[in-house]
Design a protein around this ligand. Structure first.
Ligand code: HEC
Length: 177
């Protein structure tokens, strides 16, 4: 009886610590890895020049967040689950986008990753030669960040900012059009 009591307390305390840490480290819009520091031709950046999302007062998401929603669902969701929620096969990228360094995120998407000695076959493919991913990686990244912050609900964003000429031009250049 005493033993059972102890282990229940331990498990509960563990859960509380786990959720407390998550809320503390990731759920503030003032986080320097989240907060918009400046805008450039319709793209938003943190003070460290890391891409981030923006939601305007009327609820419209920035163009990259909207584009990222579409690109994520055509290239990533088969493994990572709809809306960045994760699956039994691959992790929830809405969390990864908040906890991983931007450059590590880009590196894994570009070069792939395989867990060495994992019991199950767990492979993240390399997308480095897939222009439909590489030309839109920042879009996917900022969309997932917005999902991680629950700044956009699940599903297709209802309102979006217009696509700037600069974004259109850099996309075309990247895609070789
Ligand atoms: C064929 C299935 C598959 C597809 C498609 C896929 N992934 Fe993955 N991804 C995985 C698996 C499995 C892992 C976990 C690998 C590991 O544990 O090392 C992973 C891990 C990752 C990670 C590391 C997450 C973390 O928290 O460590 C990132 C980032 C990532 N994927 C990005 C993407 C992006 C972006 C796309 C779409 C362009 C994508 N993945 C499409 C299977 C996939």
């Amino acid at each position: 009886m005493i033993r059972q009591g102890f282990s229940l307390v331990a498990v509960t305390a563990g859960l509380m610590v786990a959720s407390g840490v998550w809320a503390e480290t990731a759920h503030s819009m003032d986080d320097p890895n989240i907060a918009v520091s400046y805008e450039e031709d319709g793209r938003y950046y943190t003070e460290d020049d890391i891409p981030t999302f923006n939601i305007s007062e009327d609820g419209a998401v920035d163009w990259l967040t909207f584009s990222g929603f579409r690109r994520y669902h055509s290239e990533c969701h088969v493994c990572h689950g709809p809306d960045g929620e994760g699956s039994t096969y691959a992790p929830a990228l809405k969390k990864s986008a908040l906890t991983m360094d931007y450059y590590d995120f880009v590196d894994v998407a570009t070069n792939g990753r395989q867990k060495i000695g994992a019991a199950e076959n767990s492979v993240m493919p390399a997308f480095g030669t897939n222009l439909n991913v590489m030309c839109y990686l920042d879009d996917i990244y900022v969309y997932l960040k917005a999902r991680g912050m629950e700044a956009v609900p699940r599903g297709r964003p209802a309102k979006k900012a217009a696509k700037s000429d600069a974004i259109r031009e850099s996309e075309n250049a990247c895609m070789g059009m």
